[in-house]
Each structure stands twice: as structure tokens, then as C-alpha cells.
Design a protein around this ligand. Sequence first.
Ligand SMILES: Nc1nc2c(ncn2[C@@H]2O[C@H](COP(=O)(O)OP(=O)(O)OP(=O)(O)O)[C@@H](O)[C@H]2O)c(=O)[nH]1
Ligand SMILES: [Mg+2]
Length: 376
Amino acid sequence: MKKNNIYRGAILLLPKHLPQWLVKEAFALVESAQYDILDVIRYKRLGSKLLSKAKLEEIVRIANQYKESVHELKLIVYDEIKPRDYATLMIETGVEVLDRTLLILEIFSLHAGSKEAKLQIELATLKHRLPLVREFIRRSKLKELPGFLGPGAYAIDAYYRHMKFRIAKIKRELENIRKHRERERLGRQRLGYPHTAIVGYASAGKTSLFNLLTGETKPVGPEYFTTLSPKHKLVELVNGFKTFLVDTVGFIWSVPPEIIEAFHATLEEVTYADILLFVVDASEPPHVIRKKVEEGIRILYRIGSIGKPLLAVANKVDLVDKWELEEKLSIIEKTLREGYPGFEGIIPFSALKKYGVDELTWKLANLLKDMGRYTS
Ligand SMILES: Nc1nc2c(ncn2[C@@H]2O[C@H](COP(=O)(O)OP(=O)(O)OP(=O)(O)O)[C@@H](O)[C@H]2O)c(=O)[nH]1
Ligand SMILES: [Mg+2]
């Protein structure tokens, strides 16, 4: 199928084994990166090789169909790919290739507001591209590179050196920003109020909850990674009891290590929090809810935040039929009870309809009181 006048278009390559809910997530991510999906190709890895010869030919044929009509055409491989496969795919098709990590970093860069977020994304992208450029250098020395990909070995070598120089510079700048952030956090801690971090899967409604409790109007939206930098606000829960509420970046399935590293500062806010509000999108099918809660727990383990008291917020219950609510609540409860030490209960909630607010603030205030983390 050929479309005309598309500005940003993508041919999406999906591993054959990907379950339906992750196919949906792949589509949501590609759309969040603002690409029109032109074609979807499913592939099966062949041992250590990403693609068979026939599959590669099919991709080249499809890419050729779109080259003329699409201004910015990308091949998105929803997978982790080796530099060798990346280079082959790019040389054979003449189209820029993004793997899953680069796709996520593109979405991040669309939403990065702060200088820190921009630097973190640039650093992660440079680090991720370094082995790919190394592969191009290797090939250019072997004279395998046709002209269209660049001006030859010398220029690529210079580019590689520039990347390394830039990486070192960004690291220094980030270190300074981190020190500043640390001072800010210590300042907040000196005020004596406890910190409550809102965590959860991308698009679960974390910022909607944050806005509702704080009266703020931070951006919300159906696309992934609307929120990148942590936001803080002191709120009064009940009777003069206050907590710093922190909104954070959303989780996704199998977060690449570079992304965890890039967002270490954001996730650090979670490790310093006294208590976690774990937001779950209850409008999704039960098996998706379970998978996303499990993945959330895995990420909390990876960032070392396990064991803190955690209150689950089953959000979007305005979209859930009465007869399925009990089942969904018990799935969330069971998954957290079995997988997370520190689970303190679950509250049915709707940030849209403002349902469950009193129960949430009351329960949160009581938990903080029990922990002795209260200054009024
Ligand atoms: N129906 C319904 N929609 C909701 C509710 N809460 C949030 N949404 C919608 O869900 C989408 C995601 O909301 P956000 O608050 O941006 O979610 P988030 O978890 O902060 O997302 P990221 O920052 O991208 O991780 C938006 O389109 C919201 O309008 C709710 O209670 N009911
Ligand atoms: Mg958000």
C-alpha cells in the first residue's frame, strides 16, 4: 500500500513471537514518536542472524516503494539488534534504522523539557550509537561502504572522535546538574515533610493523579512518556498533614539498560521516597494488567526501591464495568502481595471523575503517620 505526502513514516519490523499486548505497545510507541506506520513486517530470527535473505529482500522492496513519497522514512526494528545487522539493514535499504532503544530515545527527546533531560537523552543516544559507528568504520576500512552512506573512512573516524569528546563533556555537565539536584533534595528533606512518589506504567494516569491532588496542570496525554522529569509539589493531605508529591517517568516492558541509566536521576527520586503510589490502568484487560504490574515490580527491584510501603491506585475505574472490577482489583492485589514486600492495599480510583480521592488521601496520611514520617 502506497501513501502520498507523509512527512514522518515508518516501516515497522516486529519479531514474530511478540504477544498481542506488546504489539499494541509497539504501535503506541511508534505513534508516540510521531511516525505514521506505513507497513508492518513480522520476522523470525535465524539463529544469530536477525533476518533471512528472503526477508531482507522483502524489506528492501517495501522500502523502495516508500522512499519517494515519504519525507522522513525510518525502518523501526522493535528489537535489540547487533551493530552488524544494523549496518547491513541500513546499507541494503538505504533507509535509516532505529532499534527499540533509539525509538524510545526519540520519544524522550520530543518531550524533554529540562536541560538535564536533554543531556541525558543525548548521552544515551551517543553511547548507543557508538558501537554502530565503530561497525561503519570497520566496514569502510574493508571498503564495503557504498558512497551514499557518507564520505568515507576519514570523516567517520572524525565523527567517532567527536562523539567520544561530546560524551565526556555531557558527563561533566550532568555531574554538576546532579549536585544541584542533590542540594535541592536535601533542602526539601530539611523541611521535614515525607516524600510520596507516584510510579507506574506509562499512560496509567500518574500525572492526572498528581494534577488532581496538587491543583497543577502538568501535561497529560494518551501517548507514552508525556512526563520525563520528576515534578515535586507540597500538598496537604488531611488536617494540615503535608507530603511532597513526586510525579515520575512511566515504566514500559523490558526497559533497555541505557534508558534506566539515562533516567537514573528521575528514578533516584523514587529511591528517596518514603512511600510509593503505584498507579495501575484498570481499564485494560486482566492479563495485561497482571503483566504490567509484574513489570513494574521488576523495575522497582532493578532500581533498588523494593520494600518501601506501597499503595496501589487502580485508576480509570470509570471505564470498568462493575462486574469486572472485583476481578481486576484482586489481580492487582494478588500480584503485588506475592511479588512486592511492602504492599499496603489498593484503592479504586478515577482521576477523571475524581473518584476515590478522599479514601486515597486518608489512607496515605495514615500510612505516613504510622511510619512516624509526619510533621504537621
Ligand atoms: N477515562 C479515564 N482516563 C484517564 C484517567 N486518568 C487518566 N486518564 C487518561 O489517560 C491518559 C494518560 O494519562 P497521564 O496522566 O498522562 O498518564 P501518565 O501515567 O502520567 O503517563 P506518562 O507520563 O506518559 O507515563 C490521558 O489521556 C488521560 O486523560 C481516568 O481516571 N479515567
Ligand atoms: Mg505523566
